[in-house]
Design a binder for this molecule. Structure first.
Ligand code: 5AD
Ligand code: SF4
Length: 472
């Protein structure tokens, strides 16, 4: 899945520039809510659905936690550390609550789903607990909590996709947006908690996705990322038109909105990405040449224990196929170090497949056992922490080298770049991305250019993380 996580993602989101949903007049709304998101892009997209639901009920967003009547924290359970971060934040909110009587705290998302009413009973940290499929009931739950009742809804659904809700863009840069195309996950990767927290896989109505993307384009957005835990298994039957929409078809329909709208997607499961998708990507210039293709491990034995349903060779053949159809395609990965029973030989196979795949980028983790998962029930978490950390370190070192090599190969090349905004370090420079999803920073020079414009940039230098260039 997507990444994930981290306060870094959160910080970047906070630095966004479009403040549309935040009321300028403090009396405009009957109540003010503050929402903080952790975890994957899907979670950030969900927070925008939550904001839309609350807006409709007369609640306005604020980014000042001190002036909020309601605090929501949209949580992640993927690794223990993600949960610890949330707990720490909740204890900070509790202190605020002691000062501000009547303020309510709600836990949303994966941790709410995993821990359910335990949050209300044992911890007394929060007033409202809502799982990922129950956000429509949030206004009613707020009412219950205000009346002093315990407010919980963690029912998972087989149908809910929030298709009819147009998300309120929070902290967006006004150029790129995430659009959720499906929810849940039917893969049973043995390490992963997601099937338990987000339920069964279901695809969103294709027409509603296209309406949302078209609307974004009309509002000036120039890039959409179609989001799902496993986008390649997107499948929607449109009975009104007697049409079956696969992921390849959906990609094509989105690309046809306008050649000026870039289309990205995440995440692909190596077992499901089809030639049809690859050929559709190759056919349309505005479908970005970048695939996030998590490998998790390079050892067939470990992949089997992880229930990934592909072998090392099968994955390598998929990488070959991508490069054959789109030689210039960027590829990134997720990698787990120290899964149950992992031997040095398995670890070396992971380092080796990284080099084979020449990833431009990877999200790298050490294995964190999650309660209720297949791995937790079946296998012992038997790799000592120091070994996990050392292996992770070796993985990070290989990736750093690969990223640098990949960037060095781009020096001298010219890329079409979509301008996303000011560079973080210097407001005299723009920051944008090329089709391969690499960040490029370059001096502004031409005063007529603005965010959302495309510009050709020649790469003159690079670091391991960023390309540096100049407009040509
Ligand atoms: N421990 C460590 N990493 C995990 N991931 C998922 N579950 C775990 C876990 N229990 C990683 C996988 C996945 C990404 C979203 O997070 O690499 O692709
Ligand atoms: Fe996203 Fe939930 Fe998975 Fe975290 S646990 S990465 S929030 S789906």
């Amino acid at each position: 899945m997507l990444d994930y996580v981290t306060d870094k993602v959160q910080d970047e989101a906070r630095q966004g520039e479009a403040f549309a949903p935040y009321a300028s007049d403090p009396n405009e709304y009957k109540k003010r809510f503050y929402i903080e998101s952790y975890g994957c892009q899907m979670n950030f997209a969900d927070s925008e659905v939550v904001a839309a639901i609350l807006n409709k009920e007369g609640f306005g967003a604020t980014r000042n936690v001190e002036e909020a009547d309601l605090i929501f924290i949209n949580t992640c359970s993927i690794r223990e550390k993600a949960e610890q971060t949330v707990r720490k934040r909740l204890t900070e909110f509790r202190k605020l609550k002691e000062r501000k009587r009547g303020m309510l705290v709600g836990v949303l998302g994966c941790m709410a789903e995993r821990l359910k009413s335990q949050f209300l009973e044992e911890e007394k940290l929060v007033d409202i607990v809502v799982g990922p499929d129950a956000y429509r009931t949030l206004p009613a739950l707020v009412g219950e909590a205000e009346g002093g009742q315990k407010a919980v809804n963690v029912l998972l659904s087989r149908e809910e996709t929030y298709a009819d809700i147009s998300p309120v863009r929070l902290d967006s840069n006004g150029v790129s947006a995430f659009v959720s195309i499906m929810r849940g996950c039917n893969n049973m990767c043995s390490f992963c908690v997601v099937p338990f927290t987000r339920g069964r896989e279901r695809s969103r109505d294709a027409a509603s996705i296209l309406i949302e993307c078209r609307d974004l384009f009309e509002k000036g957005y120039r890039e959409v990322t179609l989001l799902g835990q496993n986008v390649d298994s997107y499948y929607f039957v449109d009975e009104t038109k007697d049409e079956t929409v696969t992921f390849a078809k959906l990609l094509e329909k989105t690309a046809l909105i306008s050649p000026l709208l870039r289309v990205r997607f995440s995440t692909s499961h190596p077992k499901d990405i089809t030639d049809d998708v690859l050929y559709t990507m190759a056919k349309y210039e505005n479908i970005c040449k970048y695939i996030h293709l998590p490998v998790q491990s390079g050892s067939t034995r470990v992949l089997q224990l992880m229930n990934r349903t592909y072998t090392r060779e099968w994955y390598m053949a998929k990488v070959d196929r991508i490069r054959e159809i789109m030689p210039e395609c960027g590829i990134s990965s997720d990698i787990i170090a120290g899964f149950c029973t992992e031997e040095e030989e398995d670890h070396r196979a992971t380092l080796d497949i990284m080099k084979y795949s020449r990833y431009d980028f990877s999200y790298m983790f050490f294995y964190s056992e999650r309660p209720g998962t297949l791995a937790q029930r079946r296998y012992k978490d038997d790799i000592p922490e120091d070994v996990k950390k050392r292996r992770l370190q070796e993985i990070v070192e290989v990736q750093n080298r690969l990223s640098l090599e990949s960037n060095q190969k781009d020096v001298g090349k010219i890329f079409k770049v979509l301008i996303e905004g000011d560079s973080k370090k210097n407001e005299k420079e723009w920051k944008g991305r090329n089709t391969q999803n690499k960040v490029i920073v370059f001096p502004k020079e031409n005063p007529e250019l603005k965010k959302g414009d495309y510009v050709n940039v020649k790469v003159t230098d690079c670091t391991q993380a960023t390309l540096l260039g100049e407009i040509v």
